[in-house]
Design a protein around this ligand. Structure first.
Ligand code: FAD
Length: 397
C-alpha cells in the first residue's frame, strides 16, 4: 500500500495501559480514535509492573492518608467493577494474581507502627488475616499478618484483553513527524504496509519514556517528564504463591508478587525499597541484598535451588518540582497535542477519563484497514531475562 490519508478525532501514540484505557474511553465517547504502537503493547512499564491495584495502603504506613493515598483510595473498587464486567472496559477475562495483598512486618517495633498506621488511615482498612486461610509462607512470621483488599492482576493478561477489545483500532507503526496547523495535529506514521498521514483534532502522546522524543519531534520543550530508576529482582523455582508487602518502619521494604511461569515454576517479582537500592547497584549486589532480605522476611521459605535475576525498570512520570513521585496522573497540554503519564497503572482509568473529555466526536468511527499490521503484546520480564544465577546462595549459607 502506498501513502494513505485519514481524518480522525483523536490519535494516541503508545500502547501501554495509559494508551489502551484512553482508547477505550474515547471509543465509549463515540470518537473516531486509533492507537499507534511502535513495538509491542505495554513494552515499557506496564509489562514490568507488579499489577497491584493500590488503594493507598503503602502511602499510609506512616499513619496519615497523604495526597497519594487519597488519589488512589477509590481505585480498587473501580477496577473490581471492570473485572466483574459491570463497567467498561469489560475486564472479566483478565487473569488475577490475587484478590488481596498481605501485609506483615519484620517484627521490629517500628514496623508495628507502620502496620498500625496503615490500619488507622486506610478507609477499606486492613483486617487481621484469618489463620485458616493465611498464605503458607506467612505462617511462621513474627507478629500479625493483615489482609488488604487491593487486587493484584496479571499485566500480560490485562494487555491481551484490551488488545482484543480494540484490535480494529490499533496499528503497529513508527512516528516519522508531528506538525500542528491551527487546532489540528498531523502525524505521519511509517508502517510495514506503507505510510499513514493522519490529521486529527487531538494527538495524545501516551508513550511513557517515549514521550520525550515525541514531544521533541513536535518542537515542544524538554523538561515535561522525569525518570526514576529502579532495579527489580526476580526469583524463580519452587516458590509458594505470595502477593503482599513486608513492612520495615513505615515503608514497604519488600513488595512480592507471584506469576506463574509454565516452564520454570513460580516467579516472584520483588520490588518496594528493594528496587530502590537496586537502582544504583549492580545486578549481583541487588540479588545478594534482596535474597538476604527475603530470607529475613520469610524465615520458613526455602531458597535452596532458587534462581535469581534482575531487570532495570525506569519509571516515567510528569516532572515534579523535587523529582519525587507525583501523587496523581500528569497531563501537559499544548494546543491539539497533549502528553500524559498515569504515574501508576492503578490510576490509568482516571487519566483516561480526563483525556476523553479533551476530544470531541466529529467523525464516524471506522476500523483500521485489515492489511495493516497489529502489534503483539509485550513479553514479561522473566521471559526476556537471559541471565539467571544462584550464586547468592553462598552468602546465605
Ligand atoms: P508504558 O507502559 O511504558 O507504555 C508506553 C508504550 O508506548 C509502550 O508500549 C511503548 O512501546 C510505546 N512507545 C514508546 N515510544 C513510542 C513511539 N515513539 N511510538 C509508538 N509507541 C511508543 N503501578 C501500579 O499501579 N501498581 C503496581 O504494582 C506497579 N508496579 C510497578 C512496577 C515497576 C517495576 C514499574 C516500572 C512500574 C510499576 N507501576 C505500578 C507503574 C505502572 O507500571 C506505570 O505507571 C504504567 O504502566 C505506565 O503506563 P504507560 O502506558 O504510561 O507507559
Amino acid at each position: 500500500m502506498a501513502n494513505q490519508s485519514f481524518h480522525l478525532d483523536a490519535v494516541i501514540v503508545g500502547g501501554g495501559i495509559a494508551g489502551l484505557l484512553a482508547l477505550d474511553a474515547l471509543h465509549q465517547r463515540g470518537c473516531h480514535a486509533w492507537l499507534i504502537e511502535r513495538d509491542s503493547l505495554g513494552s515499557g512499564q506496564t509489562i514490568q509492573s507488579q499489577g497491584i491495584i493500590h488503594g493507598g495502603l503503602k502511602y499510609a504506613l506512616g499513619g496519615a492518608a497523604n495526597a497519594a493515598a487519597k488519589a488512589v483510595s477509590e481505585m480498587p473498587e473501580r477496577w473490581r467493577s471492570m473485572f466483574r464486567g459491570e463497567t467498561t472496559p469489560n475486564l472479566s477475562g483478565v487473569a488475577m494474581r490475587s484478590e488481596a495483598c498481605a501485609l506483615w512486618s519484620t517484627g521490629s517495633a517500628t514496623s508495628m507502627i507502620g502496620l498500625l498506621g496503615a490500619k488507622l488511615a486506610i478507609r477499606s482498612g486492613p483486617a487481621a488475616w484469618p489463620t485458616e486461610t493465611l498464605p503458607e509462607p506467612l505462617t511462621h512470621v513474627r507478629g500479625r499478618v493483615l489482609r488488604v483488599t487491593e487486587p493484584v492482576l496479571e499485566p500480560e493478561s490485562l494487555l491481551a484483553v484490551l488488545a482484543m477489545l480494540h484490535a480494529d483500532r490499533i496499528v503497529r507503526g513508527e512516528t516519522q513527524s508531528i506538525r500542528v496547523k491551527g487546532a489540528t495535529a498531523m502525524i505521519d506514521v511509517q508502517t510495514s504496509r506503507g505510510s499513514m498521514n493522519i490529521t486529527c483534532g487531538k494527538l495524545m502522546l501516551l508513550a511513557g519514556r517515549g514521550n520525550q522524543q515525541l514531544r521533541a519531534m513536535a518542537g515542544l520543550p524538554a523538561g515535561a517528564m522525569q525518570e526514576r530508576s529502579l532495579r527489580m529482582t526476580l526469583a524463580r523455582g519452587d516458590l509458594p504463591v505470595l502477593n503482599g508487602h513486608c513492612v520495615k518502619g513505615v515503608k514497604p521494604w519488600l513488595t512480592i508478587t507471584t506469576a506463574c511461569d509454565h516452564t520454570n515454576g513460580t516467579v516472584w517479582q520483588i520490588g518496594g525499597e528493594a528496587a530502590e537500592w537496586g537502582a544504583t547497584a549492580t545486578s549481583h549486589d541487588t540479588i545478594n541484598r534482596a535474597a538476604s532480605a527475603v530470607a529475613a522476611a520469610l524465615p520458613n521459605v526455602s531458597l535452596k535451588n532458587i534462581e535469581w535475576a534482575t531487570y532495570k525498570a525506569p519509571r516515567s512520570e510528569r516532572s515534579s518540582i523535587d523529582g519525587g513521585r507525583p501523587d496523581t496522573p500528569g497531563i501537559v497540554d499544548d494546543g491539539p497535542i497533549c502528553a500524559a503519564w498515569p504515574t501508576k497503572l492503578a490510576l490509568a482509568p482516571i487519566l483516561a477519563d480526563k483525556l476523553a473529555e479533551r476530544a470531541a466526536p466529529a467523525h464516524a468511527p471506522e476500523p483500521i484497514p485489515q492489511a495493516y499490521e497489529r502489534p503483539p503484546v509485550a513479553t514479561p520480564p522473566w521471559r526476556e531475562v537471559t541471565q539467571w544465577t544462584n550464586a547468592h546462595l553462598d552468602t546465605l549459607d
